[in-house]
Design a protein. Structure first.
Length: 213
């Protein structure tokens, strides 16, 4: 007789579809401040130990949003280069944008579990998850479906998290695309970094992996 625990452990895991997301905001936290734009690009798919990179320009999503409060930090707003007055007039309603984003995520991730990834994920996930739950009450990523590329690099490279900065990464890991602070541009750039990280085997670690403990 098979126990419940054994049956559950034998159940195959769903593949993961990694979606790179970049958020531009006018302040440090959602609620008092606003997510003013966000972009997403499919980075690749992981099935068991196999990762297949996607063309990061093929499946993308981008929206500019109407601010949800009057508060903003001028220095934060300046990073994106977006005109806040124009967004007040013309930005997408957050509820509509989140509904469209959920539909897009579910369309591109058919047969897989969508996972949001970013560099770093902490800021972008905070805004994205808060908006998804505040405007529609549902996240296609669940409550914890995010992967931080800084942590992924630190674990693979064997360095402290504070040392996991792009300036110290091997050049072959970095995208050749410019970091423009346009949310879609940066999501595509990050998607390439994600795929490079997933394929990367640090020098010296390939030999160590095959040695007996």
């Amino acid at each position: 007789m098979t126990s419940v625990g054994t049956a559950r452990s034998a159940r195959p895991a769903r593949p993961s579809l990694y979606i790179s997301v970049d958020v531009e905001a006018d302040g440090p936290i959602p609620g008092p401040y606003s997510m003013i734009s966000f972009g997403a690009a499919v980075a690749g798919r992981q099935d068991a130990a196999s990762y297949t990179a996607a063309d990061p320009e093929q499946d993308t999503f981008y929206r500019e949003l109407r601010p949800i409060s009057e508060a903003y930090v001028p220095e934060a707003l300046a990073v994106s280069g977006l005109d806040r007055d124009r967004l007040v007039r013309e930005g997408a309603e957050p509820a509509a944008a989140m509904a469209e984003f959920r539909a897009w995520v579910r369309e591109v991730s058919v047969g897989a579990q969508p996972v949001m990834c970013a560099y770093p994920a902490s800021f972008d996930w905070t805004f994205l998850y808060w908006y998804l739950m505040s405007f529609g009450g549902d996240s296609p990523f669940g409550h914890s479906g995010c992967l931080d590329m800084k942590t992924l690099y630190a674990a693979k490279a064997g360095v402290p998290l504070r040392a996991a900065v792009k300036g110290r990464m091997p050049r072959e890991l970095l995208s050749r695309r410019p970091h423009t602070h346009h949310a879609l541009d940066d999501a595509v750039e990050q998607a390439e970094l994600m795929s490079n990280l997933m394929a990367w085997v640090p020098p010296g670690r390939a030999d160590q992996a095959g040695r007996p403990g």
